[in-house]
Design a protein around this ligand. Structure first.
Ligand code: AHG
Ligand code: MN
Ligand code: MN
Length: 337
């Protein structure tokens, strides 16, 4: 049998070889991966275990929570609170950060997550996932608060996502490329199945929710119109479109074969910078995409350089193949000039 590399071995090697990650971070990532296994199991049980449908509550963003949003959030909290490597956790599903109970030791890391991404796809059996980001608690801080999470994405020490699809996958970066692991459900191991994911620089595939087209701002309209014009238009080539409506699934496709993903701000609510959340959606995905050779901006600047002002801050997102992200960003810059 060809020898396989497990997630544990991969992380131990990163720790040993390059001193890239401390042991505490490795353990923390393994616990996150374990929680994703549990969530993946709950997802796969679906109607048999009665986990589909609404929970009957709303989150801080005013979104209706699905049962699995709540189950996934609890699975991540429970798995991570006792390990001793975390100072606090923040989640899409919680108004404020969760501090580690006093009965457990506290560590130096902060964990942020979107426990269940793609909630609108849960009940229709389409791929969904979990997104996470790890930051360091700023030095000297004893009692972590919301303000300590407000660090730019460049400060992330690890980020990743799990996709619950035909296979259950874990895609991870610790700042040394992007690796993909596939869950072996029989024995419970995550096996390394792609060692270094690379986003091709060029692409002919784009992802955007086109039902919002009438609300888009001029740079986005221009960019998408040019793509839609195909071979006869200024781009001189035909483009294909895909929109899963689970960011994890759309980003995963882009990490596998290239593409550009867009969730722009639009004219419906001028005060709202976009739909997706900076700290636990856009930043971890930007870290992964950049580590795989792609780019990620909000139309004006690199997403990972934005200094957050709120835990649940939203942001416009353009990410994926570098040439396309640069092009749509340049269209925004032309307008602001
Ligand atoms: P979440 O389920 O965590 O709230 O995130 C949903 C996000 C993201 O996964 C996806 O790209 C986008 O919302 C889909 O939005 P539309 O429903 O507007 O297509
Ligand atoms: Mn999400
Ligand atoms: Mn979510």
């Amino acid at each position: 049998m060809a020898s396989r590399i497990s997630l544990t071995q991969y992380l131990v090697e990163k720790q040993r070889e390059k001193g890239l990650i401390p042991a505490e971070l490795r353990l923390l990532l393994e616990v996150v991966a374990r929680a994703c296994k549990r969530i993946g199991y709950a997802v796969s049980r679906g109607a048999i275990d009665g986990v589909l449908g609404e929970a009957g509550s709303s989150n801080v963003q005013g979104e209706v929570q699905k049962k699995l949003d709540v189950i996934a959030n609890e699975a991540l909290l429970e798995a991570n609170e006792w390990g001793g490597n975390l100072a606090a956790m923040a989640s899409e599903e919680m108004d404020h950060p969760y501090t580690i109970p006093h009965r457990y030791p506290k560590g130096e890391f902060l964990l942020l997550f979107d426990p269940l991404d793609g909630s609108s796809n849960i009940d229709v059996n389409v791929s969904i996932g979990t997104i996470f980001s790890v930051l360091r608690l700023p030095e000297g801080v004893k009692e972590p608060g919301e303000e300590h999470f407000l660090q730019p994405g460049t400060k992330q020490v690890a980020a990743g996502y799990a996709v619950y699809g035909p296979s259950t996958l874990l895609v991870l970066t610790v700042g040394d490329g992007v690796a993909c692991f596939t869950l072996d459900k029989e024995i419970g191991s995550w096996w390394l199945t792609v060692e270094r994911m690379q986003v091709p620089r060029q692409t002919r595939e784009f992802a955007i929710n086109a039902s919002n087209a009438r609300h888009w701002q001029p740079p986005v309209k221009r960019y998408v119109d040019e793509l839609l014009a195909g071979r006869a238009g200024p781009r001189g080539t035909d483009f294909n479109m895909r929109w899963v409506a689970s960011m994890v699934a759309d980003v995963h496709r882009i990490l596998c074969r290239g593409g550009i993903f867009m969730y722009p701000r639009d004219d419906r609510e001028p005060g709202k910078p976009g739909k997706l959340r900076l700290l636990y959606e856009a930043n971890p995905m930007s870290f992964l995409i950049e580590q795989a050779g792609g780019a990620a901006t909000n139309g004006h600047q690199r997403i990972m350089e934005i200094v957050p002002t709120k835990l649940h801050e939203r942001v416009a997102v353009f990410l994926g193949s570098k040439d396309e992200v640069e092009r749509v960003t340049s269209y925004h810059r032309e307008v602001s000039r």
